[in-house]
Design a protein around this ligand. Structure first.
Ligand code: NAD
Length: 450
């Protein structure tokens, strides 16, 4: 089916009203949950094939995250769907005002390759909870996961409501030429601009979940604990994570201690030779492998640095004496290189962050309350986390999204429902008692005085 026919067919089904009732929405969310439970093995095998993800990591970072979103949505769906009463000012009484959440219609969800399952299905939870039909376009670079989604989704979900389209730029371009009611895109900034331009042709609203250079500022507290938490958040999925700490900003005194502690943490997690660890992933393809290896020149390697193109393996690597003008510090690394930069103090780190495009996440490691207060008040980023990194995404009640260059719009939890709904306002007055007559013309001097 071509893109036009596909959209028409999903829209016709939406127009029947079949997707509106809570029973349909709940049924689809439960079916999606069954899909993840029954076919866990198919998904973890596909993720291992695409990214060398360990089965445990695949379960935790892809399947469990979506299941938590599903459970949260199922628990709160009735409350989210209920109309919300809005107070009416005295001059407009008697009357009632409320908002009601209506589905947007047919939504397009375009996913990236790094969490190819989670980043297609987590938005779908919101789209279904809000009563939409949806077209899913997984990334062609995660070939195995895309194929499993395309094979299994129609077996579990209402096939009249949800379709999977496989393919790359051509398939995306065809879909983006259609007048969808919402486009939800996760991926890089360059394609984000293409998506936004294409959507503008139809005035289609967009959610753009992009990336950026997320800093981790380490200015106090237990440095060894900080190093372990940073190494965990950075090197999972071979550091191909949109909210992974991109680089560290720390003081001159802490830098060598932190570098040693990071090296220890890497050995603890992945052993002396991380290449042989079943828990350490691979780079998605040769193109990204070459790009990341090309960034190594930007600093002095103090831990790791080994790589093998045939295996798409890059060792977890820590760098010091980093050149801020080098490509390493100009583009999003999106790979297992972790530069440590030295700054005077927290305020210098905050100025460093403020002088660059808003990142998707910013992390503070410190045990001082005044540090936390300064960081949360002064740092503009999609989201903030304190003494942890990356795992803030596992709190389903917290909205997730970027700001400025790191994206527009957000989702997770109730925010997913809101993103895929139109909160339609309604104002209703009884017809009999015409209290509005005071506002009607002619406007004599008495009315003007009112
Ligand atoms: P990608 O190359 O897989 O592209 C994403 C999607 O866009 C794919 O489905 C692809 O087919 C489509 N696409 C590619 N070129 C296109 C074009 N010219 N026109 C239309 N569609 C096109 O993903 P990527 O961009 O390499 O992903 C990595 C980026 O995504 C990083 O910047 C990362 O930070 C970001 N990211 C953000 C989040 C988030 O939630 N904010 C999550 C993961 C990744």
């Amino acid at each position: 089916m071509n893109a036009t026919a596909l959209l028409d067919s999903r829209r016709r089904y939406f127009d029947t009203g079949a997707t509106r009732p809570a029973t349909w929405r709940r049924g689809q969310l439960e079916a999606l949950r069954r899909l993840l439970v029954d076919r866990e093995e198919d998904f973890t095998a596909a993720l291992e094939a695409d990214l060398g993800k360990s089965r445990t990591e695949a379960f935790l970072s892809e399947i469990a995250v979506v299941r938590a979103e599903l459970d949260f949505a199922l628990k709160h769906l009735d409350r989210w769907m209920a109309p919300e009463k809005i107070p009416v000012p005295g001059g407009l009484r008697p009357g009632r005002a409320w908002t009601q959440a209506r589905p947007l219609g047919v939504v397009l969800i375009i996913g990236p390759w790094n969490y190819p399952l989670q980043l297609v299905l987590a938005p779908l939870v919101g789209a279904l909870a809000a009563g939409n039909t949806a077209v899913l376009k997984p990334s062609e670079l995660a070939t195995a996961t895309s194929a499993v989604l395309s094979r299994l989704v129609p077996l579990y979900l209402d096939a009249e409501a949800v379709s999977v389209v496989e393919g790359g730029v051509e398939a995306s371009t065809d879909l983006l030429a259609q007048p969808f009611d919402h486009v939800f895109y996760t991926g890089g900034e360059r394609v984000g601009k293409i998506v936004m331009k294409a959507a503008a042709e139809h005035l289609t609203p967009v959610t753009l979940e992009l990336g950026g250079k997320s800093p981790a500022v380490v200015v106090g507290g237990d440095l060894r604990a900080a190093a372990r938490r940073i190494a965990y958040g950075k090197f999972m999925n071979a550091a191909q994570t949109c909210v992974a700490p991109d680089h560290i900003l720390t003081t001159r005194a802490a830098a060598p201690v932190l570098a040693d502690a990071l090296d220890d943490a890497i050995r603890d997690f992945y052993g002396k030779d991380p290449r042989t660890s079943g828990d350490y992933g691979r780079i998605i393809n040769e193109h990204h492998f070459d790009r990341i290896v090309g960034l190594l020149d930007g600093g002095r390697v103090v831990s790791g640095g080994r790589h093998d193109r045939a295996d798409r393996y890059i060792e977890p690597t820590v760098l010091r004496d980093v050149d801020p003008a080098s490509p390493l510090m100009q583009e999003e690394i999106f790979g297992p290189l972790l530069p440590i930069l030295e700054v005077e103090d927290l305020q210098a780190a905050i100025r460093f962050i403020g002088a660059r495009p808003h990142p998707l996440a910013a992390y503070l490691f410190s045990d001082r309350d005044d540090h936390l207060a300064a960081f949360t008040q002064q740092v503009q980023a999609g989201g903030l986390a304190h003494n942890v990194c990356t795992i803030q995404l596992a709190v389903p009640g917290l909205p997730f999204g970027g700001v400025g260059a790191s994206g527009t719009g957000s989702y997770h939890g109730r925010q997913s429902f809101v993103t895929f709904s139109h909160l339609q306002p309604v104002f209703s007055k009884p017809s009999g008692l015409d209290t509005l007559r005071l506002a009607y013309p002619p406007f004599g001097p008495v009315k003007r005085a009112l």
